[in-house]
Ligand binder design. Structure first.
Ligand SMILES: O=C(O)CCC(=O)C(=O)O
Ligand SMILES: [Fe+2]
Length: 326
């Protein structure tokens, strides 16, 4: 049974998650039939094989294989081979952490290309889309294999992140999460959602912790095949499922905003979203301006100024530069 840290106000204590209701769509020749409005109303939508478009899944897995070969001794890397799900059998926690960190740099251009491709392929949304600077490389080994000095600050990336809403951190409230399965996601190593809590604005402690005792409704989990992309509203209450399976779970996350980003007043950070029309041209340096010229963007400048002067343009360059949104 999956044990979850339980801050949620489920009467009678923690309940095992039930399968979440998801809408499954298949990309067709003309594009990806997903309405982001529907997602922002709370729907969980799976785009079957979305990451296989343009061979992205294979490229990501190959690049990951190269990271494994750079960090593990030859024989261990050979034993991992194509089976990234078995990484924890041949790499210790420190090595997995190093591979994950390496991938934050190596996979960034590819993940950005996937996001641009998906945004282009989506059915017309009736509003401009903005591309999030966030990149999440989420390599989650089975809990029982994590040993020794598990580094802090990697909750949601290497170790489980408790129930949260993404905009408590740095994302916009109108942001949609693209949770892209690089390997299979099982019940027992994925995400849990609390759909009843969506739109109820669950209270948090001012940082990233849910105030206990609130009604969140029952937890629901999901299963994905390698290559599937789950679209969900980042402001769904959700949590990592502590990995009780025998497989390392590997997911990459990017984000899209429907319309100009709106940041909540009490966010602890800020992440840029870029106007794709300006990317790749002379106006590219202005691509994140729309998200900078928001109350959240200005608050972030004021927060950052005394510490490090004016920040650079955006989080697109440099590993984990935009701060890690959860
Ligand atoms: O993958 C996980 O365990 C956490 C994911 C998450 O919180 C997110 O994508 O916002
Ligand atoms: Fe999250």
């Amino acid at each position: 049974m999956n044990e979850r840290p339980d801050r949620t106000g489920t009467p009678g204590g923690p309940q095992p998650p039930r399968p979440a209701p998801v809408h499954t769509v298949t990309p067709a020749g003309h594009g990806i039939p997903v309405s982001l409005r529907h997602v922002l109303r709370g729907a969980l939508v799976v785009v079957e094989g979305g990451l296989r478009r343009a061979g992205a899944l294979e490229e990501i897995r190959c690049e990951t294989g190269r990271a494994v070969a750079r960090i593990l001794p030859g024989p261990a890397a050979a034993r991992v081979g194509d089976s990234l799900e078995r990484l924890h059998l041949h790499a210790d926690t420190e090595q997995i952490t190093a591979i994950r960190t390496d991938l934050e740099t190596r996979l960034r251009p590819l993940a950005e290309a996937v996001l641009r491709d998906v945004a282009r392929a989506l059915e017309p949304q009736g509003a401009r889309l903005y591309l999030g600077g966030h990149l999440g490389i989420r390599v989650m080994p089975p809990q029982r294999s994590l040993a020794g000095g598990v580094p802090s600050g990697l909750e949601g990336f290497l170790t489980p992140r408790d129930a949260h809403v993404d905009s408590w951190f740095n994302t916009a409230v109108n942001s949609v999460n693209l949770w892209m399965a690089v390997g299979p996601v099982r019940r027992g190593n994925g995400l849990v959602f609390y759909p009843d809590a969506y739109h109820r604005r669950p209270r948090h402690d001012g940082r990233h912790t849910l105030v206990p005792g609130q009604h969140t409704g029952p937890p629901m989990d999901i299963e994905l095949a390698a290559g599937d992309i789950l679209f969900f509203a980042g402001d769904h209450l959700h949590a990592s499922q502590p990995n009780t399976t025998d497989e390392t779970r590997f997911v990459i996350t990017k984000r899209l905003c429907l319309g100009p980003p709106r940041y909540p007043r009490h966010a602890t950070g800020w992440v840029p979203y870029e106007d794709p029309r300006l990317l790749g041209g002379p106006l590219e340096p202005l691509a994140a301006l729309r998200s900078r010229l928001t109350a959240g963007g200005v608050r972030d400048l004021l927060r950052a100024w005394p510490r490090r002067g004016l920040p650079r343009r955006s989080g697109r360059s440099g590993p984990a530069a935009a701060g890690r949104a959860r």
